[in-house]
Write a protein of this length. Structure first.
Length: 136
């Protein structure tokens, strides 16, 4: 009997997710993920969340039942282009400088570190070969 009720709940959740509208994250310009809350206070309540939530500083999160029709996340055609928005915060700044813009001093340090790693790998290979062939 509990198996039948669990399959009914699963079908209900699948129907909710299938009926969910397409919502784009206003910060990252990607499709927001549709989720169903599992907490006791909001059990089975549907919400939209950016796939980059808590990563890269995006905090887009919205309850489906609180969304207004005239809001930026209104449903739109799947093939319609996503309107361009200026990204604010950590996504607007590149995390690393391109290699072409690196200073010569930085490249020299990188080459020295690579040579050091190459020597360590060589020593490790020699030790493995020694242990394989000369072990009694």
């Amino acid at each position: 009997m509990s198996q039948g009720s669990s399959s009914t709940r699963l079908r209900n959740k699948q129907a909710l997710l299938a009926a969910a509208r397409r919502v784009d994250c206003p910060n990252c310009r990607v499709r927001a993920c549709v989720n169903i809350a599992k907490t006791p206070a909001n059990y089975d309540r549907m919400f939209y969340k950016c796939p980059y939530f808590s990563r890269h500083g995006c905090q887009y999160y919205e309850w489906a039942d609180e969304m207004e029709e005239n809001q930026f996340a209104a449903p739109r055609e799947v093939d319609a282009p996503v309107p361009a928005r200026e990204v604010q915060g950590p996504l607007a700044q590149p995390r690393f400088a391109p290699v072409a813009e690196a200073e010569p001093m930085d490249l020299r340090v990188i080459e020295e570190k690579l040579k050091w790693i190459e020597k360590i790998v060589f020593v490790c290979v020699v030790l493995v070969m020694y242990s394989l062939f000369f072990k009694k």
